[in-house]
Design a protein around this ligand. Structure first.
Ligand code: A2P
Length: 278
């Protein structure tokens, strides 16, 4: 990792005249790898500033040095806190102010990252429980990619259920590969095998499990498929990440089951976070 990649950009006046300056107080990191899954989804990994610390499930603001005033968007860190790189999972929006450019990044390019991570999909926002549900649609799986690799998740909960619902089968690849790799992990593979349940479903393309997560909660098939009881405030904790509509609808179902929303300052039985959309 180069020194430049680890240091907060000192000031815009040092930047070469031919490029837009790196804004002061922002990390300027290098792209390490990019993987495109579909024409709508890709992941990228960047160098990690040595001083950067985050809690699993938090997000940071990401931008590109392609304008005098770069556009930033919230991105959940998908990599675990012990990883020496940072991973992000992104949608591609053709006219999205950031992602129309971000989807073209290549290894060696510079990505800007504001230094302060934040967010509510963190352990501290949930009161203790037996089972934690991580309910993701689309790129909403990103914070859970970090959390399911965090040993604290397995210390705090006996059971972890990760639900990954996407439009079609190709969009499930990121989550499927993540869980497969974790099950093969020599250190925590066995723990994951017994304690992590992974439920992948599609809504628009035929696959072994189909239907919106809201439908499967309402008709009970989500719980029956796992052999567990429906949401119970004494037992279950829920983390939700997806589009605005999905958050609203899943939140209503979780509240109907009697769970109370939490935050870092006031922990509760469920938490929500909007997945990046622009
Ligand atoms: P659907 O295919 O029926 O729209 P997106 O990529 O648009 O964020 O969608 C990701 C997944 O979330 C899709 O399977 C989509 O289903 C589903 N979804 C969209 N809106 C809702 C909602 N309000 N409640 C539950 N699932 C939703």
């Amino acid at each position: 990792m180069s020194e430049a990649a680890q240091t907060l950009a000192p000031d815009s006046i040092d930047a070469p005249a031919s490029e837009f300056p790196i804004p002061a107080g922002v990390f300027a990191e290098k792209v390490v790898s990019v993987q495109h899954y579909t024409d709508r989804l890709f992941r990228f990994r960047i160098t990690r500033p040595q001083s950067f610390r985050f809690r699993s499930g938090e997000f940071v603001m990401i931008g590109l040095p392609n304008a005098a005033k770069p556009v930033y968007r919230a991105y959940s860190v998908a990599s675990p806190s012990w990883d020496e790189e940072l991973e992000f999972y992104s949608i591609k929006v053709q006219d999205g102010p950031l992602t129309q450019h971000l989807q073209k990044i290549k290894p060696g390019d510079t990505v800007l990252m504001r230094p302060k991570p934040t967010g509510t999909l963190v352990h501290d926002a949930l009161t203790p429980g037996k089972r934690v549900w991580m309910i993701a649609t689309g790129t909403g799986i990103a914070p859970f990619a970090s959390l399911i690799r965090d040993p604290e998740t397995y210390e705090k909960f006996d059971e972890i259920v990760l639900t990954n619902t996407c439009r079609d089968v190709a969009e499930l690849a990121y989550g499927n590969e993540l869980v497969a790799a974790l099950r093969d992990d020599p250190l925590i593979g066995e723990l994951v095998e017994t304690r992590l349940k992974y439920v992948a479903a599609t809504t628009r393309e035929t696959s072994p499990l189909m239907g919106r997560i809201t439908t499967r909660i309402e008709d009970g098939s989500l719980f029956a498929g796992l052999g567990v009881e429906p949401f119970n405030p004494d037992v279950d904790r829920v983390m939700i990440c997806g589009s605005m509509d999905m958050l609203r609808d899943v939140k209503a179902l979780v509240e109907k089951a009697g769970l109370v929303e939490g935050s870092v300052s006031n922990p509760g039985q469920f938490v929500v976070e909007r997945a990046f959309v622009g």
